[in-house]
Design a protein around this ligand. Structure first.
Ligand SMILES: *Cc1c(COP(=O)(O)O)cnc(C)c1O
Length: 404
């Protein structure tokens, strides 16, 4: 059996449809965000990163770096085991308290990533609650889909951000079965925001639990960075809030928050929590410092909002179409995987602008896009440079269309 040939056939098919992924090899430079050294071929030595999920540059914030360094000096590198077997460090508990407070919940539980937290929490809830039915927004993230699948619970998809459709689906289900309504606040690819209040009201009416992924909102929305639910005053009406420490908080890790009983239940039964080494204490300490900083400081959020508005206005003035939404995510639609990659390649090679093309399976085929995420550290000059580059490329495309 030639296994490599089997692998290669599928890789070749992926390449033929333009969906083969090429990673940019970068070297982030402390204190220079969003600048990075590029180690990829045919690129300038230094590029400006326009697609980072370190939305507020906290991965390089002195408060976060110093907390991590201090913790390494005090506690060493690794946690030493699973949470159950000698891996629970004081830093994990401090972080869990910080997270519970962030979301106004009784308790929190840490995981090694946001992906794992969704996967483990949903698979445990869905498999352990007898006859549980999970109602999942049709555009939920892969980590939620995989968790639900793994739970083998009955799954009902409802139309994206549509509380009426959710209500119709809930009304058709047995009244006494446990139900979980799973959804996100900020959807990261279109940047649209869920009508959380309406969804919560429908869920309450039918006695369903609510499971909210605030991965793209924590740190960035709400007066203390508690997410969109905090901004809308709805945190106490949501059963479980899930988030990441890897995006706006700039470190790594995931978590859930909720009641003591809920977190204890997941802690006690979730394989994805029990059987894996705990996060390094220094990671926990850095994340805690980042959360605490963003609870108290609005500076980063305000500066980010300003640069997001600025980029949008400049794109409008240049006639470059982008999806309209109320978040910090600016998708410029290309709608073709090959063109999307080519544009990204030219931006990188000729203009030192790094934006990863977003192709299938991250988004449906035919909706390929460039997704820009301005941070507080993208300067006005960076924005001007980006818009000028896009304008040049749009003209070039228009010319090639005319000739063809
Ligand atoms: C990135 C992402 C996750 C996973 O979080 P990680 O900490 O990166 O594993 C979960 N949900 C959504 C919506 C995401 O975009």
């Amino acid at each position: 059996m030639d296994y490599d040939a089997l692998f290669q056939t599928q890789l070749d098919a992926l390449k033929a449809e333009g969906n083969y992924r090429i990673f940019a090899e970068l070297e982030r430079q402390r204190g220079q965000f969003p600048r990075a050294i590029s180690h990829s071929e045919n690129t300038p030595d230094q590029v400006t990163v326009w697609c980072s999920n370190d939305y507020l540059g906290m991965g390089q914030h002195p408060v976060v770096i110093n907390a991590m360094k201090d913790a390494v000096d005090r506690f060493g590198a690794g946690a030493g085991g699973t949470r159950n077997i000698s891996g629970t460090n004081h830093a994990h508990l401090l972080l869990e308290r910080e997270l519970a407070d962030l979301h106004g919940k009784e308790a929190a539980l840490l995981f090694t990533s946001g992906y794992v937290s969704n996967w483990a929490a949903l698979s445990t809830l869905g498999s352990r609650l007898p006859d549980c039915i999970i109602l999942s927004d049709e555009l939920n993230h892969a980590s939620m889909i995989e968790g639900i699948r793994h739970s083998r619970a009955k799954k009902v998809l409802w139309k994206h951000n549509d509380p009426k459709d959710l209500e119709a689906k809930l009304a058709a289900l047995p009244a006494n079965a446990p139900k979980i309504v799973a959804f996100e606040s900020v959807y990261s690819m279109d940047g649209d925001i869920a009508p959380i209040r309406e969804i919560v009201e429908v869920a309450e009416k039918y006695g369903a639990m609510t499971y909210l992924d605030e991965v793209h909102a924590v740190g960035m929305y709400g007066p203390r960075g508690g997410g969109v639910a905090e901004r809308e005053g709805l945190m106490d009406r949501i059963t479980l809030i899930e988030g990441t420490l890897g995006k706006a908080y700039g470190v790594v890790g995931g978590y859930i928050t909720g009641s003591v009983a809920l977190c204890d239940f997941i802690r006690s039964f979730a394989s994805g929590f029990i059987f894996t080494t705990a996060l390094p204490p220094a990671v926990a300490a850095a994340a805690q410092a980042s959360i605490a900083h963003l609870k108290a400081s609005n500076t980063e959020r305000e500066a980010q909002r300003q640069q997001v508005a600025r980029l949008r206005a400049k794109l409008d003035r240049a006639g470059i179409p982008h999806l309209d939404n109320d978040s910090h995510i600016i998708p410029v639609m290309i709608k073709d995987p090959v063109k999307c990659r080519q544009l990204a390649d030219i931006l990188m090679q000729d203009f030192g602008i790094y934006v990863q093309p977003i192709n299938y399976p991250t988004v449906p085929k035919g909706t390929e896009r460039l997704r820009f995420t301005p941070s507080p550290y993208h300067s006005d000059a960076d924005i001007d440079h980006l818009v000028a580059a896009l304008t040049t490329l749009w003209k070039r495309c228009a010319i090639s269309h005319a000739v063809a």
